[in-house]
Design a protein around this ligand. Structure first.
Ligand code: PBG
Length: 327
């Protein structure tokens, strides 16, 4: 203990009350967004094999699912559609009677402004090839895709969504969607950009859930490579300039540095997506008795918040909210 006038870090760790006073990053149910898969073919909830306790929901049970979420203090849901028909253009994504358009109308009729409805704007669940854009000459064509993304966003806005979340990683998607929304009279619909979205192995379970695995190739020509940090900051900066109201870093766990840098550099709310593979890892280890699920989940999500996330999208949202409410 030489050099310092008896510094003892353990003084403030002595009692539970002292430790609680020093516990500075706290997660709250209102921090969370709960993702829900809405399946046009389902008649009852379909369990997702690699995501225990998650289901693809039929439209007629969506209201109940949302009610259970709201009751726990989680105010926002992120909707993904699993359509009954796929084609080259992903036309079911912008159909007026598409599954997401119906889902949004249903939730808004039932819950109005009690709920924040966020809709994923992408093509991979809707195209027969499973890519996030329109294919031309064997490649995902950026600008053709923008046109379709604009249509999807406007159709979601017409159904009443609060926030659209473009996730296809096309250049200029936020700007294009902002213009499309404004021109259609939806100036108040917000945009949450999937700004720093990495090409990640942690999306595997989601692709099973949403039936959106690419039929050929991979997503590396549009999603970011995980070896880079500056590129993420540039993506985020561009999305902010293009009009994003919220920016996102995805996945969360392996990208805490990006969340932290984004938080320190930008003044827009930062969302982090604790993705399907991050969920599955915890569930699998807990099932084997190798980790304590509750302790691990609280530690992970608090860590994501401490790193700088203002909003956390997580399949654990309801479970965690329940625990937090019991405290
Ligand atoms: C659609 C999309 C994906 C996820 C969210 N939106 C999958 C992908 O990019 O392949 C992944 C979410 C998760 O893994 O939980 N583009």
């Amino acid at each position: 203990m030489s050099g310092f006038p008896s510094v003892r870090m353990r003084r403030l760790r002595r009692t539970p009350a002292l430790r609680s006073m020093m516990f500075k990053s706290r997660i709250h149910p209102s921090d969370f967004v709960y993702p829900i898969f809405v399946d046009e073919n389902a008649r009852k909830p379909v369990p997702i094999n690699s995501m225990p306790e998650c289901f693809r929901m039929p439209l007629n049970e969506l209201g109940e699912e949302a009610r259970k979420t709201l009751e726990k203090g989680v105010k926002a849901v992120l909707l993904f559609g699993v359509p009954s028909k796929k084609d080259d253009l992903g036309s079911a994504a912008f159909a007026e009677d598409g599954i997401i358009q119906k889902a949004v109308r249903l939730l808004k009729e039932e819950f109005g402004d009690e709920i924040v409805v966020i809709t994923d704007v992408c093509l991979c669940e809707y195209t027969n090839h499973g890519h996030c854009g329109i294919i031309k000459n064997g490649e995902v064509d950026n600008d053709l895709t923008l046109e379709v993304l604009g249509k999807i966003a406007v159709s979601h806005a017409q159904a009443g969504t609060d926030i659209v979340a473009p996730s296809s990683m096309m250049d200029g998607q936020v700007k294009h969607i902002r213009n499309a929304l404004d021109n259609a009279g939806f100036k108040d619909v917000a945009i949450m950009g999937y700004s720093a979205k990495y090409a990640s192995s942690f999306y595997g379970p989601f692709r099973e859930a949403a039936e959106s695995k690419p039929k050929f190739g991979d997503r590396k020509s549009y999603q970011m490579s995980y070896g880079s940090q500056k590129e993420a900051l540039r993506e985020i900066e561009l999305d902010i300039m293009e009009g994003a109201d919220i920016v996102m870093v995805k996945p969360a766990l392996a990208y805490l540095d990006i969340i932290n840098l984004a938080k320190s550099r930008f003044n827009v709310p930062i969302a982090a997506y604790n993705v399907s593979g991050e969920y599955a890892m915890v569930k699998a280890a807990a099932k084997l008795g190798w980790i304590d699920e509750k302790a691990a989940v609280l530690e992970i999500l608090t860590g994501v918040k401490r790193a700088g996330a203002d909003i956390i999208i997580t399949y654990f949202a309801r479970e965690v909210a329940q625990w937090l409410n019991q405290n």
